[in-house]
Design a protein around this ligand. Structure first.
Ligand SMILES: [Zn+2]
Length: 284
């Protein structure tokens, strides 16, 4: 496997498939995690080539083939995948082995789920992206994981905080133990928003919104979703030294990462993956 640095992540290549990992998560041998790129799949045209989103117009057999190629290259058992049903809300669901296959090789059965969590080994959480912010969580003490999708709506609704609270409630996690990461997504360099979005953030003085928003005049602002999510995680009790921000902008790198903004919506989907490995169950 080849690898190189891409900002705060490692860019790896295995069997022709490129994917990104966080060194702070790779340090724990009992988990596996990855974030996909466009490189190494079978899809064509605007879906080229590692499209992991069903229902955007690509042939389903291509997406399924891409999942198999990705799982093989990045070390996830295909049968272990369970996917979210994202719609920009902050519903969080705890999943188990019963949920394996849902949203991939079994139908979606979740009305609205933007966040997934589990403490069962052998269940791979999957969430989808093309500019929105992926949030990764690991509690290495309780051996529990979480993965959440946060666009501007999810961010301003406190998805990061809701995931921390869910890990406390479900697994007894102490926020100070949590390792978190903010994945590849549209950066403050490229994320122009209008007044209603800016106003939604400005309504949260505790996040110091004046430093998250840059006024570009004419009712336009540049919004820093990376820093907003980092601050929200800190205020939920995650230690700053336990948070990695990828600082990898999907729009700046639309040649190898799908970007909704850069493509005008004609695009495939990236995916985040996170699991507790099945072969490291503690048998004491
Ligand atoms: Zn950018």
């Amino acid at each position: 496997m080849e690898s190189s640095h891409a900002e705060n992540m490692m860019l790896r290549n295995n069997c022709g498939v490129s994917f990104l990992t966080f060194p702070s998560f790779s340090a724990f041998p009992f988990i596996n995690h990855a974030f996909s790129t466009r490189v190494g799949g079978v899809s064509q045209a605007e879906f080229s080539s590692m499209n992991l989103s069903f229902g955007r117009g690509d042939a389903e057999e291509n997406v399924m083939k891409n999942y198999r190629l990705f799982c093989n290259a990045a070390g996830f058992p295909f049968d272990s995948l369970t996917a979210s049903a994202q719609d920009h809300h902050t519903v969080v669901r705890r999943v188990t082995k019963e949920d394996r296959g849902v949203g991939i090789y079994k139908p979606k059965d979740r009305a609205s789920v933007d966040g997934l969590l589990t403490n069962e080994p052998g269940v791979t959480l999957v969430t989808y992206y093309a500019d929105c912010v992926p949030l990764y969580f690991l509690d290495p003490v309780r051996r529990a994981i979480g993965l959440a999708h946060a666009g501007w709506r999810g961010t301003v609704a406190g998805m990061g905080q809701k995931m921390v609270e869910a890990m406390q409630r479900e697994f007894g996690s102490d926020p100070r133990d949590l390792i978190a990461a903010v994945g590849p997504s549209i950066g403050p360099c490229c994320y122009e928003v209008d007044s209603p979005v800016a106003d939604a953030f400005a309504a949260h003085p505790e996040w110091q919104p004046e430093t998250l928003l840059k006024d570009c005049e004419a009712g336009k602002y540049m919004l820093d979703l990376w820093e907003a999510n980092r601050r929200i995680l800190c205020s939920a009790g995650v230690l700053p030294e336990h948070i990695t921000v990828a600082k990898l902008c999907t729009r700046c790198h639309a040649d190898w990462l799908y970007s909704h903004r850069a493509s005008g919506g004609k695009r495939g989907g990236l995916a985040a993956f996170l699991c507790l490995k099945e072969d490291t169950i503690c048998r004491t």
